[in-house]
Design a protein around this ligand. Structure first.
Ligand code: GRF
Length: 218
């Protein structure tokens, strides 16, 4: 089966990007990273692809007057690299309907809570403040809301009495690094089927031909 080309959008640390790189390297994920795009020139994520044959591009919001022009620059870059699935990996900007419509059904995100609980910023802090006993992470497709899109995979972790935001975030992050490559792999293997807002995971089909796995953007 041919490799699906990923475009990874980042803003910061890049540990999820690292987990995707590691999964590809270990041949647990049949995908290729076509481009990594950061909106932040200082992002550590960009350093993680140094030494790999992966283009890293910085597109800063401040260089565009209109948000749509900023997003068009990102979309154009994704197209240049023939990206088939957009992976948000700590990308700290809300994408507008313009961008989402262009890539509908082909943008994934990971969020550090069990959605629909605790969407938006500081999800781990929200879980602690609420007094939740369980939290976790969610991989979902992007739709036009904030962290509201169809859920692909979720995994729970306990919230311990002695937890701080940092210890809870670390426990969740450990699970994120397993879950995100797994969800991307399911997409790449053509095993995700979205019906209304329910994502079904199809059984693995042996000997599936390449032409059954058309996933190009646009
Ligand atoms: C992760 O906690 C992820 O769930 C959230 O942003 C954080 C990104 O971390 N969307 P990293 O840059 O991948 O290390």
């Amino acid at each position: 089966m041919s490799k699906i080309i990923l475009g990874i959008l980042v803003s910061g640390r890049g540990s999820n990007l690292q987990s995707i790189l590691d999964a590809i390297h270990a041949e647990r994920l049949n995908a290729k990273i076509g481009v990594v795009i950061s909106d932040n020139p200082e992002a550590n994520a960009l350093k993680r692809i140094a030494g790999f044959d992966i283009p890293g591009v910085c597109i800063e919001r401040k260089n565009f007057t209109a948000k749509q022009d900023f997003e068009k620059a990102i979309a154009d870059e994704l197209n240049i690299h023939h990206v088939e699935l957009v992976v948000l990996a700590g990308f700290m900007r809300i994408l507008s309907p313009y961008f989402i419509q262009r890539c509908f059904g082909k943008i994934m995100n990971i969020h550090p809570s069990l959605l629909p609980a605790f969407p938006g910023l500081d999800a781990q802090q929200q879980a602690l403040q609420y007094g939740a006993k369980v939290s976790g992470c969610t991989v979902h497709f992007i739709d036009q809301g904030i962290d509201t899109g169809p859920i692909i995979l979720q995994e729970a972790v306990p919230v311990l009495e002695e937890d701080t935001v940092e210890t809870l975030a670390e426990r969740i992050l450990h699970v994120e690094h397993i879950l995100y490559p797994r969800a991307i792999g399911l997409y790449c293997d053509g095993r995700l089927c979205t019906e209304n807002r329910r994502v079904r995971i199809l059984q693995e089909v042996e000997g599936k031909g390449d032409d059954e796995n058309e996933t190009g953007l646009d």
